[in-house]
Design a protein around this ligand. Sequence first.
Ligand SMILES: Cc1cc2nc3c(=O)[nH]c(=O)nc-3n(C[C@H](O)[C@H](O)[C@H](O)COP(=O)(O)O)c2cc1C
Length: 397
Amino acid sequence: MSQALEKLLSPANLNGLELPNRVIKAATFEGMTENGGPGDRLIGFHKAMADGGVGMTTLAYCAVEADGKVKDNMMHMDEVIRPQLERFTRAMHESGAKVSGQMAHCGGFSQNSKLQKKRPLGPSFALNLGGLPYGIPFVGAMQQADIDHVVRCFYDAAVLMKSVGFDALELHFGHGYGMSQFISPKTNKRTDQYGGSLVNRMRFPLMVLESVRKAVGDDFPLLGKMGLTDGVKGGLKIDEAIEVAAMLDQGGIDALIPSGGTSSMNPMLMFRGDSIVKGMLETETNPLMKLGLRIMSPIMFKKYPYEELYFLDGARRVRDRVDCKLVYIGGACTVESFETAMQEFDFVQLGRGLINDPDLVKNLRKEQAAYVNGCTHCNMCAGLIGHPDGIRCVLND
Ligand SMILES: Cc1cc2nc3c(=O)[nH]c(=O)nc-3n(C[C@H](O)[C@H](O)[C@H](O)COP(=O)(O)O)c2cc1C
């Protein structure tokens, strides 16, 4: 076995947490929430990967309050689902995997038909294009009290998640959700201490990080998923993103996961390969959304051909700027890619490769250099997020 593969498959430490290996299942919202929390199907989905040998799995999308959910079928961290969360973490631990939870707030990007507020809140007043078909056309601007409230929600959610057995937490600073809306100059038009300069735009995300750190203590692993670029005119660009990374590092994050694109404006930048629209059109039941998808798809779903390790250059720049650990994500699917990632980074997160082959780690141990993953980046899994049965790899049907 090559040295790099040996490194990938051997134990590693993240701020005191001993992971059995360096393969982490990425946050991939599975659309399988039952009764507001994880049930048998979602446990089964993650357990297959835990049994298949991943070092840590990541539960997504863990909204920190009800209005932090992008869609109504997501879960939010609440005492009511404590038994379900405990059952989830216990099941993963029994299979030998550690468990992380991706904490997020959608900010203004809401398609939640059961939104409690009159309108979702983000950094600035805006049109909520993705919410139009759901009757949520506008985003309101957060006042100081709203900012304090969301910071408190992150704190409470972190306390709850640690107490139910999560071994690590991943804060979502990217993909166009609440915190990334503050970071991006495209969506943050504020003129107060939360807008304008990067220092100001980072104020709210850093307040969240500080509050989560306070909730979990110094010796608990915190990961941060961040954007390298929004990929839209006027959005976050790589030079600023590197400084975002430096600020999160200074703010006490233990590991960074550099990704890119936004779910609201340019999702294909984060996936590459075939358009996710095909799967979305198959599962979408809202006729307005279907029409919107057809009209908007050439603008919103730009074509980005798939290539292995498509975030490598950006991830390298982050690595060179920070002291914290680095998790590579984005198109790591071949043995060669795993080896490159291990020569340069500390961990690797895999989304579609594991959805295609939950036994990836086990198979890699057995087959080593001969291992071949079956994912073709058809992206049907991502398009099926709205499917009533949740996501699956259609190649395994
Ligand atoms: C079905 C699906 C759901 C996803 N949901 C999330 C999510 O909830 N949060 C997130 O940060 N990224 C999400 N992603 C993006 C992945 O975490 C990852 O960034 C992307 O798939 C690239 O990694 P890969 O090439 O290993 O698949 C999702 C991806 C897929 C395929």
